[in-house]
Design a protein around this ligand. Structure first.
Ligand SMILES: Nc1ncnc2c1ncn2[C@@H]1O[C@H](COP(=O)(O)OP(=O)(O)OP(=O)(O)O)[C@@H](O)[C@H]1O
Ligand SMILES: [Mg+2]
Length: 624
C-alpha cells in the first residue's frame, strides 16, 4: 500500500476516534485523567528514586550509616506515588473499558436496528454472513483502539512533562530526550503504516471466513446430501489458511518492531549515562539528577508503547468502521405515511392494485433492471377470497410482497380501503394486513412467543383460537409442554407442515383484515388446507371473515375462491371463477391439471405421516 494511503488511514482512524470521544466525552475524560495522573506519577517516581539514591543511599554509603528520618520520608514519598499510580491505572482501565464496550453495544444496536429499517431489496443484495460480521467483528474492530487510547493520550502528556522536567534539570540531557522521544514516536508511526494493509486484509478475511462458515452451516443439509463435505471443508480451509497467513504476517511485523521499540529507550538510557557522566564531571548536574533522568528513560519505555498500540489498531478500526458505516449510511428505507385506518372497525379490508409495474433492483447498479410485473390491476373486495394462480416465476410472491408493502411499485398504486399503502402509518399497516410467506420463518423460542411476537392483547385464549383456525391446535396440544415448548432454531423440531401452520396462526392471531397467503399451506395435507381456508372464510366464532389473497395450486383450494386471477410473466392474463378459467384458458387448465397429477404421484410414492419426535403420531404431514 502506498504511504499516501497509509497516511490517509491514520488520518481517517483519528477521525473515527474523534467520533468516539464525541459520543462518550465524560467517560473519556475520566480515563484520560487517570492516564495523565499515572504519567505524572511515573515522572515523579523517577525524581523520587533519584532523590533516594542521591540524598539517602550515596551519603549512607559514604558515611556507613543511614539517617532514619530521610529513609522514612523517601519510603512515604514512594508509597504515596504508588497509590496515586494505582488510582490512575484504575481510572484509565475502567474508563477505557466502559467506553469501548459502551460504544460496541451502541453500534451493535444501531446496526441491527438499521437492518430492520432497510428494505428487502437491500437485504437481497447482502449476504447473511456479511451482516453477521458487520454487527459483530466489524463493530468490535472499529472500537479496538479505544482500549489503549486514554493510555496513549496520557503518555503524550507525560512525554511533554518529561521533556519540560529534563529542561529544568539540564539542557544537555534534555537534548538526549528531544532526540529519543520523537524517534520513538516516528518508529511507532512507521510501524503502524506497515501494519495498515496487513490488518485491513486480516479484517476482510475474517468476514469472508465467517461468511463461508455461515453458508455451510446454513446449507448443511445440501452439503451432506450432495456429498459436498470435502469440497466445502476445503473451501473453508483455504480461506482460513489465508486468514492464518495474514495474521502471521501481522505477527512477523510485530516481531520486528517490538524489540526496536523496546531497545530505543534503553539506548536513550545509555546516552543519558554517557552525556550525564560528562555533565557530572563538569559539575553541571548532581548525582541525584543523573539517576533521576536515567531512571526516567527506563520507566518511560513501557507507556510509550501505548501510542504504537493505538496507531497499530487504526487500520483495522478504519476497515471495521467503513463496513459499519456502509450499513448505517445505506438508504432506501421506505418512509411510512400519516394516515391511520380506523383500527376499531373489524370489517374486512378491500385491497386494490391499479396498473402496478414493478422490477427488482439489479444486483449491480450498472445492470439494467428488468420489469417483473406490468399493468397489474385487480381487486380483493371486502370479505372475498381471491386466488392468485400462475406458473413458477410468474410474479405471485412479488404481488404478495406489494400487497403488504414489503416493496413499493415503480408506477401505479396499491390501496387498502382506498388509501395508498404508502400513506399509511406503520402501525395501521401492521394491524390491517398479514402475510404468510412462502418460506415459513420460525424463531428459536416457544410456540407461544412465536405466535404472539410480544404483540399486546394476544393472550393464551387468542393464541388457541388462532391455532384452531390454522388447524394447528392438535399438534400443539400434543407437544410435551404445549405452548411453552421450544421449537428449536428455525423450528427444526417441527415438520414442514407444522411450521407453516404455526406461521399461519401467527398471522391470524393479529386478527388482520386482509390475509395474504403465499403458498402458505403447500406442505399441509390437501384436506387440511381446504379446511383451513374454509374456516378463514367463515369463522366458527361468527366473527367477520378477513379478505384473503391466496397463492394456490390445488384445485380444492382454488375452487373455494370467489375469483381467480391467472398471471403469466408478470401480467394478469385471465380472471374469473375457477370453472370459467378451466373452460376458457388453456394455460390455466394445463397448470392446474399438471399440478394435480404431480400431487397424486407424490401421494403414491411417499407416506404422509412424516413423524417427527414432537408429533403425536396422529398428525398427518407432507414435506414438500
Ligand atoms: N429478490 C429478487 N431479486 C431479483 N429478482 C427477483 C427477486 N425475487 C424474484 N425475482 C424475479 O421476479 C420474478 C417473479 O418472482 P416471484 O417470486 O414473484 O415468482 P412466483 O410467481 O412467486 O414464483 P413461485 O411460484 O416459484 O414462487 C422471477 O423472474 C424472479 O426471478
Ligand atoms: Mg413465489
Amino acid at each position: 500500500m502506498a504511504s499516501g494511503t497509509s497516511r490517509d488511514v491514520v488520518g481517517r482512524g483519528l477521525r473515527v476516534l474523534g467520533r468516539a470521544i464525541r459520543e462518550q466525552p465524560r467517560i473519556f475524560a475520566v480515563a484520560v485523567s487517570g492516564s495523565v495522573l499515572f504519567g505524572l506519577m511515573v515522572i515523579a517516581s523517577a525524581y523520587v528514586v533519584g532523590a533516594v539514591i542521591g540524598k539517602v543511599v550515596v551519603p549512607a554509603v559514604a558515611r556507613g550509616s543511614v539517617t532514619d528520618g530521610a529513609l522514612a520520608l523517601a519510603a512515604a514519598a514512594l508509597f504515596g506515588i504508588s497509590v496515586l499510580r494505582v488510582v490512575g491505572i484504575f481510572g484509565r482501565r475502567l474508563g477505557a473499558g466502559y467506553m469501548q464496550y459502551r460504544l460496541q453495544a451502541t453500534y451493535r444496536r444501531r446496526v441491527t436496528r438499521r437492518y430492520l429499517d432497510l428494505p428487502l431489496a437491500w437485504h437481497h443484495r447482502n449476504a447473511t454472513g456479511t451482516l453477521l460480521s458487520n454487527a459483530n467483528s466489524d463493530v468490535e474492530a472499529a472500537w479496538y483502539p479505544i482500549a489503549p487510547l486514554p493510555f496513549a493520550v496520557g503518555t503524550l502528556v507525560m512525554l511533554v512533562g518529561a521533556v519540560v522536567s529534563l529542561f529544568l534539570t539540564d539542557w544537555a540531557l534534555a537534548l538526549v530526550g528531544l532526540a529519543v522521544f520523537p524517534a520513538l514516536f516516528a518508529l511507532n508511526v512507521v510501524y503502524s503504516r506497515r501494519m495498515a494493509p496487513r490488518q485491513a486484509r486480516a479484517q476482510r478475511l475474517r468476514a469472508e471466513v465467517s461468511g463461508i462458515a455461515h453458508e455451510s452451516f446454513d446449507g448443511a443439509l445440501v452439503v451432506k446430501t450432495m456429498g459436498r463435505e470435502a469440497q466445502e471443508t476445503a473451501r473453508f480451509a483455504a480461506r482460513a489458511g489465508d486468514l492464518r497467513d495474514a495474521l502471521i504476517s501481522v505477527g512477523k511485523l510485530r516481531g520486528v518492531f517490538d524489540p526496536m521499540l523496546e531497545t530505543l529507550p534503553s539506548l536513550g538510557t545509555l546516552a543519558v549515562l554517557v552525556v550525564g557522566a560528562v555533565r557530572l564531571r563538569q559539575g553541571a548536574i548532581t548525582v541525584t539528577e543523573l539517576v533521576s533522568v536515567a531512571f526516567l528513560f527506563t520507566v518511560l519505555a513501557f507507556p510509550v508503547r501505548a501510542i504504537g498500540w493505538v496507531l497499530a489498531e487504526l487500520p483495522r478500526s478504519v476497515a471495521g468502521w467503513d463496513r459499519v458505516r456502509r450499513v448505517l449510511d445505506a438508504t432506501g428505507e421506505m418512509p411510512y405515511g400519516e394516515v391511520a385506518l380506523d383500527p376499531a372497525t373489524p370489517a374486512p379490508a378491500t385491497l386494490a392494485f391499479h396498473d402496478v409495474h414493478f422490477g427488482y433492483e439489479p444486483a449491480e447498479a450498472h445492470l439494467p433492471g428488468t420489469e417483473v410485473l406490468g399493468e397489474v390491476t385487480f381487486t380483493v373486495p371486502a370479505g372475498k377470497t381471491v386466488a392468485l394462480v400462475g406458473p413458477t416465476g410468474a410474479g405471485k410472491s412479488t404481488i404478495a410482497s406489494l400487497a403488504v408493502r414489503l416493496v413499493d411499485p415503480r408506477t401505479g398504486t396499491v390501496t387498502l380501503d382506498g388509501v395508498d399503502v404508502r400513506e399509511l402509518t406503520a402501525a395501521s399497516l401492521a394491524s390491517t394486513v398479514a402475510l404468510v410467506a412462502q418460506v415459513p420463518f420460525v424463531f428459536d423460542d416457544t410456540v407461544r412467543a412465536n405466535i404472539t411476537l410480544d404483540r399486546p392483547g394476544i393472550g393464551d385464549e387468542e393464541v388457541w383460537a388462532a391455532l384452531r383456525l390454522a388447524e394447528a391446535d392438535g399438534f400443539v396440544a400434543a407437544l410435551p409442554e404445549g405452548l411453552d415448548t421450544m421449537v428449536g432454531e428455525r423450528g427444526t423440531s417441527l415438520s414442514g407442515g407444522q411450521r407453516q401452520r404455526l406461521t399461519l396462526a401467527r398471522a391470524l392471531a393479529g386478527r388482520p383484515r386482509l390475509l395474504v397467503l403465499d403458498d402458505a399451506t403447500s406442505a399441509v395435507d390437501p384436506r387440511v388446507e381446504a379446511a383451513i381456508l374454509a374456516g378463514l372464510r367463515a369463522p366458527a366464532d361468527g366473527g367477520a371473515p378477513a379478505s384473503i389473497l391466496v397463492v394456490a395450486y390445488r384445485r380444492a383450494t382454488i375452487a373455494l375462491a370467489d375469483e381467480v386471477i391467472y398471471v403469466e410473466h408478470g401480467r394478469v392474463v385471465a380472471r374469473g371463477t375457477h370453472t370459467d378459467l378451466l373452460a376458457t384458458v388453456p394455460g390455466y387448465a394445463d397448470l392446474v391439471t399438471a399440478y394435480e397429477q404431480a400431487e397424486q404421484e407424490r401421494e403414491q410414492t411417499r407416506t404422509y405421516d412424516e413423524v417427527t419426535p414432537l408429533t403425536s403420531g396422529l398428525e398427518v404431514e407432507v414435506d414438500r
